[in-house]
Structures are given as C-alpha cells and as structure tokens.
Design a protein around this ligand. Structure first.
Ligand SMILES: C[S@@+](CC[C@H](N)C(=O)[O-])C[C@H]1O[C@@H](n2cnc3c(N)ncnc32)[C@H](O)[C@@H]1O
Length: 351
C-alpha cells in the first residue's frame, strides 16, 4: 500500500469487471477503514458493460484480458476478479497452474505470477465448489498456492448480508504474508422487499393477462410484497425475497407479486448497488449486467475483513474490533467511535 502524505492508498485492478460491483465494494470498504483506494485498471470484453462502467466511474475499461500482457499492467496491492464460470470443465480434468492455460482462470494466475500483488479476491458461482467432485476448485486452489499465496474459500449468501436476494457465491481470498484474516459472518437483518420495490411502475413491466392468470391459478395473492419464482417444471414458489437473479433466465422467472417484472433499478438494488449508480443501458442489457454482477454488501464485508487483516486502515481498526462477530457489528462500532470517541465501550447492536 502506498503511504500517501494525506491518506494511505489501496491500489487495485478490477478484472472481468462487468458493471463494477467489486469496485463499489472495494471503495466502500476502504472508506469505512479511513483509507483511499484507486482502481488502476479494469477489463471487460462486453461493450455495454464498458459503457455502463465508464458512465459510472469515469474510467475507460480495457477489453479482452487474454490480449493484455501482464507486464503492461501497473503494480497494484489487490487484484479483484469475478471471473466467468466458462473454464470449469477444462480445469477439472488437469493438474496445476500450467494446466489451467486456455481458461479465463489462467488469465488471473498469469497476472498474479508476474505482478505479485499483496492480496486478491475472486468470486464465482457456488457450483464451482462441487464441480467435478470438488476437483476443479482443488486445482484452482493448488494453482494459487503454487504461486505462493495463502488462500481459502467460503460460500456466502447475500441473504445473510441484508439483501432480499438468496444468492450464494463462492469467494476465494488470498494473500502473500500470513495475516489474521477471518471470514465475515453476515447476520445482517434482511432489508424488506418494500424498500427495494419502486412505486408507479410503468405498464410495460407487467406480464400479460394470460401469465398473470396462470400464476394466480397456482398461488393465492399475498398481502406483503413477494417475488414469485417459476422453475423449469412450471412450479411456482413465493418468497418475501428474490432467488438469485440469472442473466439468461426467462423473462417471467421472477415476477413481483406474480404480476410484473423487476425494473432495472430494482434489479440493481437487489444486488446492493446504490441509487446513485447511473443506468445507461437498455432493459435487457441492464438485466443481464445485474444478473452477472455480485452482491455488493457481501463483497464489501469480505474486503473489509481483508483490508483490516492486511493493516490497510487508518488506525480506526484495532484488535478489539477483530473479535466482534460480524462486519455489520464492526461497522456500527466504527460509526459510534467516530461519533462518541474511542474510550466508551459500546455494545454491538444488530438492526
Ligand atoms: C460474472 S461477470 C462479472 C461481473 C462483475 N463482477 C460485476 O460486478 O459486474 C464476468 C464478466 O467477465 C467478462 N468477460 C468474459 N470474458 C472476458 C475476457 N476474455 N476478457 C475480459 N472480460 C471478459 C464478461 O463480459 C462478464 O462481464
């Protein structure tokens, strides 16, 4: 980390950046710990994602990562990558770092090998854990360890981090030097759907009368807002939260109260994007982008723990905080300390 005269800076790169969910999480975590962060490079091959990213971060995104030489990448402290699941079937069959060649995971490994940042956080679908009887994930972990990183993984659910979305994702954290990193617990109370849903939603979001009647024939209307899910067999499940948004799912897979699709703003809120995030792409592009993105509060909690463990903070974080059982509790403590000073020993409260 660069010791700047004003504030230390965490320099990071954002690979497979999509619309920048990881970047928002890193910036938020750094801010909570009183340090600056600076994204030195971002890359995504998808043009609409590049447009959304540039509109929001005023930062031009590079394209295909396979065409970017590791030497041309600036030195950084942290590598972030929510890499696509495309390479699984290939990695699982083979052994070690060299054998990941030709996969998008290899692109991460080759950059780590040359640039050697202090730490990295990778994110992927939960399925990676069980793929090919666990062999695929083992190969990935072996490859990362062969590069000299201490690493671990954990499946975390967005529902445990305050979002009304059941979205389980695997996070892989690695660092060069031993540090007291602990995984966040979550335990944050769920934001009610009513706070995510927009009012006066335009007609175009409503499903046809045929679809609505079809849903009502299979489930009674609910008093509280709910999301109605249709599985491949045509069964309807109704929950006060959304199941994982999926980029390629049918347009009627998730229906608010069984009658309408989610608006772009609602989809971004379900992933924890702030309302200040500008929506510049059309409905189907934004739907795909939100479905491919990551739950920001989960990534933020993981990054908060990592930054704190790496000592990337401005003295606001100490050992007593490390022992608190959730990041949410830690954030409340930080806020109280900022308000009342350090001497008072506050109780942790969960809202
Ligand atoms: C799972 S999404 C990651 C989304 C991101 N974490 C976010 O918050 O929006 C994977 C991304 O990898 C991008 N991608 C796929 N192949 C790529 C390549 N060869 N080079 C750069 N990006 C690529 C896709 O366009 C997609 O946006």
């Amino acid at each position: 980390m660069i010791q700047d005269a004003r504030k230390p800076v965490i320099r990071f790169i954002d690979l497979f950046c999509g619309i920048g969910g990881f970047r928002i999480a890193a910036e938020q975590a750094a801010r909570l710990l009183g340090v600056r962060s600076e994204c030195l490079l971002s890359s995504d091959i998808d043009e609409p994602c590049q447009i959304a990213y540039e509109a929001n971060f005023k930062h031009k995104t590079l394209g295909d990562i396979t065409k970017i030489s590791a030497d041309s990448i600036p030195d950084h402290d942290l590598l972030l990558a929510g890499f696509p699941c495309q390479p699984f079937s290939i990695i699982g069959q083979r052994k070690g770092f060299e054998d990941t060649r030709g996969t998008l995971f290899f692109e991460i490994a080759r950059i780590l090998e040359v640039k050697r940042p202090s730490a990295f956080v990778l994110e992927n679908v939960k399925m990676l854990k069980g793929h090919n009887g666990g062999k695929t994930l083992n190969r990935i972990m072996e490859a990362l360890r062969a590069l000299g990183y201490i690493c671990d993984y954990r499946v975390l659910n967005a529902l445990d981090f305050g979002l009304p979305q059941k979205r389980e994702r695997i996070f892989i954290v690695g660092y060069k030097k031993p540090c007291p990193f602990v995984w966040p617990y979550g335990k944050v109370k769920m934001t009610p759907l009513s706070r995510i849903l927009e009012q006066n939603v335009p007609k175009e979001y409503f499903a046809s009368e045929y679809i609505r009647n079809n849903r009502l024939a299979r489930h009674a209307p609910t008093e509280m807002p709910t999301i109605w899910h249709e599985n491949k067999a045509g069964n309807i499940s109704v929950y006060p939260y959304s199941c994982a948004m999926r980029a390629g799912a049918s347009y009627n897979y998730l229906l608010v109260n069984g009658e309408r699709r989610l608006t772009p703003r609602e989809m971004l809120r379900l992933q924890g994007f702030p309302d200040s995030y500008k929506i510049v792409c059309n409905y189907s592009q934004t739907r795909k982008q939100a479905g491919n993105s990551l739950p920001v509060p989960v990534a933020q909690s993981v990054l908060f723990q990592l930054f704190a463990a790496q000592g990337w903070h401005n003295g606001v974080y100490d050992d007593s905080l490390k022992q608190e059982e959730s990041v949410h509790g830690q954030m409340i403590l930080l806020e109280r300390r900022a308000k009342y000073g350090r001497k008072k020993k506050p109780k942790v409260a969960y809202c």
